[in-house]
Design a protein around this ligand. Structure first.
Ligand SMILES: [Zn+2]
Length: 125
């Protein structure tokens, strides 16, 4: 059996429909992207905890494939999460891309791979 990589728990969670992050068992600091040790205290003990799945667009780019320029571009966003973490994800509705927009994660099948994508949400939704 192949040894587990730091990020395996994250993708196993996505396959179950859960958006997870690591929480240090020693000092309770959340972290993402996945890492073997806590950057705050150095502990290698951690637990996977669910995230709210909400966030706000901090920045975004229109990403074009370098060798397949005719394909549709992707709107790749840096998302600020209320838990104090940041994640990178693709926006499902790029026409609504604006810095500060509220978004919600949606775990969706993309070519047979489950991915955490984001969609903007109206105020009050
Ligand atoms: Zn820690």
């Amino acid at each position: 059996m192949q040894a587990k990589r730091d990020q395996d728990f994250f993708w196993e969670g996505i396959d179950r429909g859960e958006l997870l992050a690591q929480k240090c068992d020693a000092c309770a600091t959340l972290r993402h992207p996945p890492a073997a040790r806590c950057a705050a205290c150095g502990s290698d003990e951690w637990s996977a905890v669910p995230l709210s799945g909400e966030g706000r667009i901090l920045a975004f780019i229109d990403s074009v494939h370098p060798s397949r320029r005719d394909e549709n571009s992707r709107c790749v966003c840096l998302v600020d999460l209320p838990e104090g973490l940041r994640m990178v994800s693709s926006l499902i509705d790029p026409e609504n891309a604006v810095n500060g927009a509220a978004v919600r994660f949606e775990i969706a099948d993309y070519d047979g791979q489950m991915l955490p994508l984001i969609r903007t949400v109206e105020a009050g939704q």
